[in-house]
Design a binder for this molecule. Structure first.
Ligand code: ADP
Ligand code: MG
Length: 706
């Protein structure tokens, strides 16, 4: 069956109020004013805002929109929206005109008292404002609610403190732009007026059958399985990775792509991932704030489209124990508005002094602020990947590849990089196949922070997380390094000598962060410790890096976070952790107490009955198999019951504690182990108890029956 082909060019951006549409629909002067604000910052005059609002509303209404919303990204990590219709008061004759004013476009005031603010805003002064981020285009979202005009906004308190993920990101982009401009100016680039961070996130996800999903409270409440014995087959055959995409999944991907293209998201790559039922989607990279918005839309659309296909999309970092979890590779680079990618080494990186300075600055930034980067990628789900038995490791290190590593080595040793390894020809040995030019760098899949040709790939980020924090952090730490370098070099009497010395100094001082080996190996942990690199094992352990003197100095200097904003974020992270683990613990208590243990009891009762029945029928019959099973089952049952009791007690103790670091630690140190202790005997029991009696779908059912 082949459905009608879609015209991708025609549907692309169909639901987006693009610059092109603004140009078409706005008077020339108004368009010029808007474009100027988008490109160079500033504020729209009220009259202009009114004209833009009207054009935007007319366009949205043509698409069927009845409402608008200021679409924002509170500290919950997901997006928030409150819809207002365009409806106004009817006139005396009962006619009503749909309206939308410039004021409504630019500023909103949702009653924001229920969003986490970490103490920044007391509930009695709950005012929070949303302000239009005109650098990310407005779009129309269509779903069961109808069509809604969504205006990307930043969300701040009455006093201007950031209550969202967007505001600090935008602040960090400005800081990076200013400092990066100083660097390019040093090398004679007088044309560039702006430098932007570009981001391309690769999104991993799982798809499972919705009917089966709905039978598992753990998936519903926690987004991951809290019980489950391994399936007979996992990912050991490597047959899912890049495997043929099943019809049902293919039709999902097709639908998903079309939805995303209409929203102007350039969905590009799709493939099956390593674990069964795991897949990936990558869009083409975009300006950081737009990429962040788009990634939120990608995650939301993935879930929505899944429901339409009788599927459920799991974005959790570790939906299933024992098979690969999901991450989000955050590809990041910095480009000037006159087309220079500052991370492009060119053919001869050893002679590209600007590139070497940029590289040295980034190496310094990552080394100095490894703890902040690690923190920016931590969330509750990611604790099951980072530092657990899975990649990437929790230790931040950088992979540069053979070519750059060699250049760096020469620079450190002799202060000069006379030569540069080149990519060789790759001979296929088949006359009909072309011989290929090899990249000078191979890929290293085990590095959390890898240079991949003309960008860095930050691989630690969790699949369900917003990519705002990782990119805010990257922008900030690199802005600081650029600033420190520019402060010195702008004053230098002899620039050539000064830049040469500075590159050598940075590389020498921070070379410990470079690691080209296997990041998954045991030895690396010991080696990293020897090098003095931080190994921050959990989200709870990572939070304090936000409020160190070093972090406060960095973020205050570039006006990205105030100390109060950082403290509030730390507080929210502790609360979030405690709440999430509490939900998991309560879900386990519920499932074990009401579903799993009762079914084990039914099974033991059946077994016992069968033993008596067999004995009654024939006294000499051998019932040793049934008796052994009964003994084993009963003993695991007793262990489960006891573990359930312990989990109830420690959870009750943790929940009663005062919110904050202490409580988060109690959940991590006491509740989590109690959860594992309950899971272990019940997973063994799943392998013993009659499949008919086991009340929830198995790992095999979930991951192979899609
Ligand atoms: P991989 O081979 O790493 O899996 P993918 O094609 O899946 O690569 O994803 C790579 C991502 O990096 C894409 O989103 C791509 O658009 C993005 N990307 C490519 N070049 C840049 C760049 N200069 N800056 C930021 N992101 C980039
Ligand atoms: Mg990929």
């Amino acid at each position: 069956m082949c459905e009608k082909a879609v015209n991708v060019e025609a549907i692309f951006n169909e639901n987006v109020f693009t610059m092109g549409k603004m140009k078409e629909r706005l008077p020339r002067k108004v368009y010029a004013e808007v474009k100027n604000v988008i490109d160079h910052g500033g504020e729209l005059s009220p009259a202009t805002a009114d004209v833009v609002a009207k054009a935007m509303k007319d366009w949205a209404v043509e698409l069927g929109a009845t409402h608008y919303t200021h679409w924002f990204q509170p500290l919950t990590g997901i997006t928030a929206e409150k819809h207002d219709s365009f409806v106004t008061n009817p006139d005396a004759e009962g006619h009503m005109l749909m309206e939308f004013s410039g004021k409504e476009l630019i500023k909103g005031e949702p009653d924001a008292s229920s969003f986490p603010s970490g103490g920044l805003r007391a509930t009695f002064e709950a005012r929070g404002y949303t302000a239009w981020d005109c650098t990310s285009p407005a779009f129309v979202k269509k779903d069961a609610t109808g069509a809604i005009l969504c205006i990307p906004t930043a969300f701040c308190s009455y006093k201007g403190e950031a209550l969202d993920k967007k505001t600090p990101l935008l602040r960090s982009m400005e800081a990076l732009s200013q400092q990066a401009l100083r660097i390019v100016r040093l090398f004679g680039n007088t044309e560039a007026a702006k430098v932007t961070a570009s981001v391309g996130p690769e999104q991993e996800y799982f798809l499972v059958d919705r009917e089966l999903y709905l039978q598992r409270k753990d998936l519903i409440y926690a987004g991951r399985t809290l019980f489950g014995a391994p399936a007979p087959k996992g990912q050991e055959m490597d047959d899912h990775y890049f495997g043929v995409i099943k019809e049902r999944i293919g039709s999902y991907m097709k639908d998903l792509n079309e939805e995303l293209w209409k929203l102007g998201i350039s969905a590009k790559t799709q493939h099956n991932e390593v674990a069964p039922a795991q897949h990936e989607l990558a869009p083409i990279f975009n300006t950081a704030n737009i990429a962040v918005d788009h990634n939120q839309l990608v995650m939301e659309t993935m879930k929505k489209v899944a429901a339409r296909h009788g599927l459920a999309c799991l974005l959790h970092e570790k939906p299933f124990a024992g098979v690969n979890g999901s991450g989000k590779h955050d590809n990041w680079s910095i480009c000037t508005d006159n087309g220079v990618n500052m991370l492009d080494p060119g053919d001869t990186p050893n002679q590209n002094i600007q590139f070497l300075l940029v590289l040295a600055c980034i190496i310094k930034a990552v080394d100095v602020h490894a703890d902040l980067l690690r923190q920016s990628a931590s969330n509750v789900g990611n604790d099951h990947r980072l530092g657990a038995n899975e990649a990437p490791p929790a230790i931040i290190s950088m992979f540069l590849g053979e070519q750059l590593e060699d250049v760096v080595k020469q620079l450190i040793e002799t202060g000069e990089a006379a030569s540069c390894k080149e990519g060789e020809r790759l001979y296929t040995g088949v006359s009909t196949l072309p011989d290929l030019q090899k990249d000078a760098t191979d890929r290293n899949r085990t590095s959390p922070f890898a240079f991949t040709g003309n960008k860095f790939e930050f691989r630690m980020v969790g699949s369900s997380d917003s990519i705002a924090s990782p990119n805010t952090t990257l922008n900030a730490i690199v802005a600081e390094a650029f600033c420190e370098a520019a402060d010195l070099l702008e004053q230098a009497e002899n620039f050539d000598i000064a830049v040469h010395d500075l590159i050598k100094e940075y590389l020498t001082e921070h070379q410990r962060i470079i690691f080209n080996g296997n990041g998954y190996a045991e030895e690396w942990v010991a080696e990293a410790e020897r090098r003095g690199l931080p190994n921050i094992k959990s989200m709870v352990d990572s939070v304090k890096s936000l409020t160190t003197e070093k972090a406060v100095k960095l973020y205050e200097k570039f006006h990205i976070f105030t100390k109060a904003e950082l403290e509030s974020r730390a507080e929210i992270l502790y609360e979030t952790y405690a709440k999430a683990i509490n939900i998991e613990a309560m879900t386990m208590i519920d499932m074990a107490g009401k579903q799993l243990i009762p079914s084990v009891i039914s099974y033991t009762t059946e077994l016992a009955a069968s033993i008596s029945a067999v004995r009654d029928a024939c006294e000499a019959a051998d019932v040793s198999a049934q008796t052994e099973l009964l003994l084993e089952t009963s003993s695991l049952l007793a262990e489960s019951k006891k573990a359930l009791g312990t989990l109830k007690t420690v959870t009750a103790e943790a929940v009663a504690m005062e919110e904050g670091e202490g409580q988060a630690r109690a959940y991590h140190d006491r509740v989590m182990p109690a959860m594992s202790a309950l899971r272990a005997p019940l997973d063994k029991l799943e392998m013993i108890v009659d499949k008919e009696l086991w009340p929830i779908p198995s790992y095999g059912d979930l991951t192979f029956e899609v």
